[in-house]
Design a protein around this ligand. Sequence first.
Ligand SMILES: O=C(O)C[C@@H](O)[C@H](O)C(=O)CO
Length: 319
Amino acid sequence: MEKQFDLITVGRACIDLNAIEYNRPMEETMTFAKYVGGSPANIAIGTSKLGMKVGFIGKVSNDQHGHFIKNYMSNVGINTDHTIFDQDGHTSGMVFTEIKSPQECSILMYRENVADLFLRPEEIQEDYIKKTRKILISGTALSGSPSREAVFKIVQYARKYNIEILFELDYRYPTWKSDEETSVYYSLMAEMSDIVIGTRDEFDKLENKKGDNKDTVAYLFQHRPKLIIIKHGVKGSFAYTKDGKVIQGKAYKSNVLKTFGAGDSYASALLYALNSGKSIDEALKFGAAAAAIVVSKHSSSDAMPNVADIEALINEQDK
Ligand SMILES: O=C(O)C[C@@H](O)[C@H](O)C(=O)CO
C-alpha cells in the first residue's frame, strides 16, 4: 500500500550551539553558531535531505527557539503536522559543543524541564502513525514520563499497522536517573523493535554490564529484532541478522573537525540505503560515508549530505 511517509522519527528536536572558535576549551569560546539538534531531529533532517518522505513527532517550546526548530524542519521538507508546541512553559533543550581538538570534543546539555519529555500519550494520533512505513524511536524519549508512555503508545499503533520499528539507542547521560532505569526501558523497547542501532557503549547501557556483541545478539534475537547494528567508532560497525549473517563495515577516512553528529548521519544514510533496497553491506558503507562527511563539517544537522556526496566519497575511497 502506498504510504504518505517512508519514515517518522520520534523524540527531541533541540538547539545545538556549536563553538565557532575551535581548538580551545569552552571556557575560552566566545561565539557559537545555532543549528537544529537532537538525534531524532537530525535523523529526520538527514533522511529528508536524502530524498525520503519524513515526518517528525515531538514537542518543542512555544517560543522563538521552538519556532526556529519547526520552521527549519519544515523548510527541509519534513512534515511537522505532529511537531507540537508546548503550552505549559517547558523549554527547548540546549546543547553547547566544545571542540578542543578533532579527538577531544564534548557536548554540554541543558535539559531541565525540556518540552520534548512532556509529549503526552493522548497527543499521539493513530491516523498519523498509520501513514508511515517505518518509525524510528530515540532512546532518550524513554528517559522520562509522559514522553515514555507516548512512545509506547506509538509502538502499539505501529504494531497494529505492521510498521517497521527502528530503535536508535541514542544514550544521553544527563537525562537518565540511573543505569538500572536505562537498562529496563532500553531492553523493553529493543525487544519490541525490528531493527536496533547503537554503539557498543550504548548496548552496554541496555544490558547494564560490559558485554560483547555475541551475547548481545544472542539475547535480542530471542525477541523481535531481525537486524542489529553495533558501531565501534573508527573500527567500523557490525550488522547481525537473525538468520545468522554477520556483515562488517569499515569507517571511511575524514578530515575530522569534531566527532559529534557521526551517529545521526550514520543512521540517516543507513536507513536511506535500506529503504532504497540496497544490501546491508551497501547500507553500512552509506552510513559510514555520511558520518565521515558530517564529522568534517561544523554542524550535525545542516551538514547532512545528499546521495551524490555519499556516493562520491565511497567511489573515491573504495577505488
Ligand atoms: O543529540 C543531541 O541532543 C545533540 C545533537 O544535536 C548533537 O549535535 C550531537 O551530539 C549529535 O550527535
